[in-house]
Ligand binder design. Sequence first.
Ligand SMILES: [Mn+2]
Length: 408
Amino acid sequence: MLIGIFSDCHCGYKYGEERWKDSFIALNEAIDKTLDCDLIIMAGDLFDTRIPKPEVFAKVAKILSKAQTIPSRTKFLEIINKEKIEMSPLALRGIPIVAIHGTHEKRSKHMINPIQALEHAGLLIHLHCATAVFEIEGRKVAIHGMSGVSDRYAKDVFEQWNPKPIPNALNIIMIHQSIEPYIYSPLEPPSMKIEDLPKGFDLYVLGHMHWHETRIFKEGQLLVCGSTVPTTIHKIESEQEKCIHKYDGENIKSIPLENQRKIFWKEFEFNPNIKENIETFISTISPFKPKPIINIKVKGSIKRDQLIPSFSKIEEKYKDKAIININKNIEFEGFKEQIEMLKLLKEQRLPPEEHGLKILQENLKQVNCGIRVDEIFEYLVDGNIDLIFNILTGKQTTLKSGLEKWAS
Ligand SMILES: [Mn+2]
């Protein structure tokens, strides 16, 4: 028995830019490398955005459909905590794919996210606080999944779900959250601790973190999947290869993806010769194919009347050799606090939606309307401004009555 596991493919990442193909190349390789498995599970952030372009969606659908062309001995037994009617029997052709959605795909519960859209198309089984049970080689295999939710509610949602291992089965549980001590971004303090995960599961699969790691955990094993493509590049990501993983019910084997870019990562302290320092560093790197990514961070502070240097000429000069990102982390003396938040946001390269959500959160602190800020935000993003205005001004008290009104 073999189960293929990977996460955080971020399909559509940098779409329209030089690296636009990378996420699809990685997903394609991940699927190709798991076509010898009985089951494929994906732990969130298959897409980079919650409303991917049709071009992105179509490419992903086509790649996933390959798994359906391979005959499989895996039998579907049951789905728990989810209406069977939501599942398409088409998803049981070939090697079944079971997926949760991640933070990048999360939409309000009244809306369909792209992972659910793939489920509607019969390409996978989507889990959110639900369990899919299969039989492989006469052995029961239960996949328990909770999709990504805002970190501050994760503990509550998890406790409400209260997943329990199925007796006499191989039990795999997967989530997509920051969970202490695994924290992807300091902007999202976790409400869950790894110790909160109940015992009795054979494998605990974590999506969301983009580096990978395997360790013994409780009576089973913990697998931090990591991403298949580098996005926000943590230093640790430049030190390890992107991988997919295979689990045979006992051991986890991590298999590196072959078609990936090498990543170089270097931090510089700001100084008068900074440009020469950077150029010297770049020139020590020998050429690679595909073009490597060189991530440079310049730290330090300068006086208010000084100009922040521009490095765009360096990025341009070496553009045939590498994809160079020079991130300036330079602050004006005396303005530290004001720019701390912006700096943090920039460093995390959060999508504009997340920036907006933070700002809305700040501004809505005094309002006590009983509806989550992230839900309000999603309605605003989708253009339902009047509805939210009515709710915040007290003219309307629930989101539901608004929706019903429109439907009639
Ligand atoms: Mn991710």
